[in-house]
Design a protein around this ligand. Structure first.
Ligand SMILES: NC(=O)c1ccc[n+]([C@@H]2O[C@H](COP(=O)([O-])OP(=O)(O)OC[C@H]3O[C@@H](n4cnc5c(N)ncnc54)[C@H](O)[C@@H]3O)[C@@H](O)[C@H]2O)c1
Length: 431
């Protein structure tokens, strides 16, 4: 009997290795239909999940109800499953090089319990070739089994968007791939259980890996172009959002906006592709230029603010600035790779006193990762306010509010252009 039917009949289980933003929703969705083992190395996170709490704060306790799932930190428990999905992080190191260590460790853990007939599907974002060149040899080594003959492997990238309740696992077409026709069919049918929008069957694992990494690379490069335009238009005294609004009236003008590109996907994945391209003796120009522009925007915004403070006659060493928003994007608590931190640290390097508040982030987490605390009470003597993240809570702010918390000749830095056309008296700057 093929693996899909065995899963459906609950004769075997599906395991999820890595229960983060990606892994936990997949595990719970499958657990509505088949038996699931959710494995994670973090005792702390698994303890929360056992109490129906999502450590990533994306899912509610109701999402855990009526699920056939066992949460565990014991890799031995993975033995009871025959279909393993790996969704561990794929970060970069301090030199922007891919760090495959979580993926390799997860492959070792799966390799140790792998049986004949088992399936392993990778979901983590990687460069084309990582599954075959980096992961499968580890599975073979630790299992003593032979790829394709004894076990099958596939790759199915994840497209979820944290904080987005519309584009979810169930509603977005999922790319699937296998190592042969039979495995592709089984993997596709298994995912079709949970992805209502259906699956796209990619011809090879490399194609599926490449498709995922270019989705984010394309976004990164397009945003970089907007950021570069913003730097040019700032020198020309033109508001970029006004320009984009006008240009956007053409049917084929792409709607991208300038901003800080942080997080664990768009600001990271292009480095994976650029790294692998060099193995093929190609030095990417456009991808790396995009990364360079986007990575420097926090420093750029800080510099523009310092210039504005000087122009308003403020002494930089006595200046006090409030930054609203520190998470990597709006309406989430996720702090990973936040570029607002570059802005904060750069302002501090200039000697500015900076206070930071956020509607979602935990001050303890900010302290742990970035070494500073958040303020709860907003003062009324800031020389400038920077709205860095467009959390819903900030959208209703108006000029009267900003005036009430700033000193005479106050400055509003509106990174995302939220208050454009609404600020008449304060000094206004946006990307
Ligand atoms: N978050 C997103 O929006 C998103 C979207 C698409 C793709 N991705 C990709 O999906 C992958 C996972 O990302 P994420 O955001 O879910 O990461 P995450 O940091 O939220 O979660 C990863 C989980 O894996 C666990 N883990 C780490 N090493 C492990 C190991 N060896 N064995 C078992 N568990 C381990 C961690 O404890 C954590 O719970 C990454 O490759 C990422 O690029 C993420």
């Amino acid at each position: 009997m093929d693996i899909y039917k065995r899963l459906l009949n609950k004769e075997t289980k599906l395991s999820l290795i890595g229960l983060g933003y990606v892994g936990l929703p997949i595990a719970l969705e499958f657990a509505k239909h088949i038996s699931v083992i959710g494995f994670d190395v973090s005792e702390e996170r698994v303890a929360l999940m056992k109490k129906n709490q999502d450590p990533s704060e994306e899912l509610s306790p109701e999402d855990f109800e009526n699920s056939d799932i066992q949460f565990t930190t014991d890799p031995e428990d993975l033995k009871d499953a025959a279909f393993h999905i790996v969704a561990v992080p794929t970060p970069i190191d301090s030199h922007n090089k891919p760090d495959l260590s979580p993926l390799i460790k997860a492959s070792e853990a799966v390799g140790k319990i792998l049986k004949k007939g088992d399936y392993v599907v990778y979901e983590s974002t990687v460069y084309p070739g990582a599954t075959e060149e980096d992961c499968i040899p580890v599975l073979e080594k630790f299992s003593g089994l032979k790829f394709k003959t004894d076990f099958k492997v596939g790759y199915s990238p994840e497209r979820i968007n944290p904080g987005d309740k519309v584009n979810t696992l169930a509603t977005v077409v999922k790319i699937v791939s296998g190592c042969d026709d039979i495995s592709l069919d089984n993997i596709a049918k298994t995912y079709e259980l949970v992805v209502k929008a259906g699956v796209h069957r990619a011809p090879t694992m490399k194609v599926a890996e490449a498709a995922k990494v270019i989705e984010n690379t394309q976004r990164d490069v397009n945003i970089a172009l907007m950021n570069e335009l913003s730097i040019i238009f700032n020198r020309m005294g033109i508001n970029t959002f006004d320009v984009l609004e006008a240009a956007g009236t053409k049917w084929n003008f792409l709607k991208f906006y300038p901003g800080l590109v942080g997080g664990h996907c768009i600001g990271v994945d292009p480095y994976y592709l650029a790294y692998k391209a060099q193995e093929y003796r190609y030095h990417p120009q456009i991808i790396n230029s995009g990364r360079m522009v986007n990575d420097s925007m926090g420093f750029y915004i800080a510099k523009q603010l310092v210039k504005n403070l000087i122009a308003k006659g403020k002494k930089i060493l006595n200046s006090k600035v409030l930054v609203l928003g520190v998470t990597f994007k709006e309406n989430v608590s996720d702090l990973r790779n936040s570029k607002v931190v570059d802005l904060v640290n750069e302002l501090k390097d200039y000697g500015v006193t900076v206070e930071v508040a956020d509607a979602y982030a935990s001050s303890d987490e900010v302290k742990k990762y970035y070494g500073f605390e958040l303020v709860n009470d907003i003062a009324d003597d800031y020389n400038a306010v920077v709205v860095a993240v467009s959390h819903n809570e900030y959208l209703g702010y108006d000029e009267a509010f900003f005036k009430s918390i700033t000193t005479k000749n106050g400055i509003l830095v509106d990174v995302k252009g939220l208050y454009r056309k609404k600020i008449k008296e304060l000094s206004y700057w946006s990307l």
